[in-house]
Design a protein around this ligand. Structure first.
Ligand code: COA
Length: 258
């Protein structure tokens, strides 16, 4: 189905594994094509309620964009490449279903950017994050300059962007870049368990959480107004009626996503 991704579904959680371990899962054109196609499936396949993105092998989540594709790029090709990467990462960020990154090693350059486009991140103890593009005479092109500032603040972000330094998993936890740091062998089970909790909630409300939180960083939207609108929309759903009636009836709610 895909050239560069492994895909499996368990309990409505899709795990997408970027599978180029010999190149530390670097993002080449094929990975972007596969991610784009995977997003089509995620958006339309009702069996998928949430998604984990991770990397193959014990060493890397994704060690960046594939540098071997860079050498003969013109300025226009570079712009097109950054635009394509940003478009796909926006699809992840704006997806109505939760997509989280399980960061199992190096998350550098485009890998750090991919993890930051996800709704949140869980890291294994060996994870390392960084935006080393300055080492190549470059800056991030897939949203890294924006999302790193959003997630860890301008001072810390600029230090990482300008120095190219990596931070370890515990520093990432302290910075708020990741929600949990766990042993590598527990990474996927932790990610699945967090998503299974979310999957048990009302899907339309979960989607509205994502869209309203995204509005904080979208100048074209007033997040407070959107929150009022989405709050009202919830009252028109069967799931809200079910949630309230289950609470009042002291039983567990069963949500249908309607
Ligand atoms: N693009 C293309 N290939 C990459 C890559 C990338 N971003 N990152 C790693 N690889 C390849 C290496 O070229 C090597 O391939 P080879 O065996 O055919 O020579 C293989 O993955 C293993 O990497 P290697 O460098 O030997 O592993 P290491 O443990 O010594 O170092 C890193 C790991 C992550 C520190 C190092 O690979 C690195 O600095 N990668 C580039 C990170 C980067 O600059 N990312 C931003 C790109 S814009």
């Amino acid at each position: 189905m895909y050239q560069t991704l492994l895909s499996s579904i368990e309990n409505n959680v899709l795990t997408l594994t970027i599978n180029r371990p010999e190149k530390l899962n670097a993002l080449n054109k094929n990975v972007f094509t596969d991610l784009d196609n995977a997003l089509n499936n995620i958006e339309t396949n009702s069996e998928i309620k949430s998604v984990i993105i991770t990397g193959a092998g014990p060493k890397a989540f994704v060690a960046g964009a594939d540098i071997s594709e860079f050498s003969d790029y013109t300025k226009d090709q570079a712009v097109a490449m950054a635009q394509r990467g940003q478009d796909i990462f926006f699809r992840i960020e704006r997806c109505n279903k939760p997509i989280i990154a399980a960061v199992n090693g190096f998350a550098l350059g485009g890998g750090c950017e991919l993890s930051m486009a996800c709704h949140f991140r869980i890291a294994s103890e060996n994870a390392k994050f960084g935006q080393p593009e300055v080492n190549l005479g470059l800056i991030p092109g897939y949203g890294g300059t924006q999302r790193l500032v959003q997630l860890i603040g301008k001072g810390r972000a600029l230090e990482l962007l300008m120095s190219g330094n990596m931070i370890d998993a515990n520093t990432a936890l302290q910075y708020g870049l990741v929600n949990y740091v766990v042993k590598q062998e527990e990474l996927l089970t932790t990610a699945r368990s967090v998503l299974e909790t979310i999957n048990s909630k009302a899907p339309l409300a979960v989607a509205a959480c994502i869209q309203t939180a995204n509005a904080v960083y979208d100048e074209s939207k007033n997040g407070f107004e959107l929150e009022i609108k989405e709050f009202g929309n919830c009252f028109a759903t069967d799931d809200m009626k079910e949630g309230v009636s289950a609470f009042l009836g002291k039983r567990k709610a069963s949500f249908k996503g309607r």
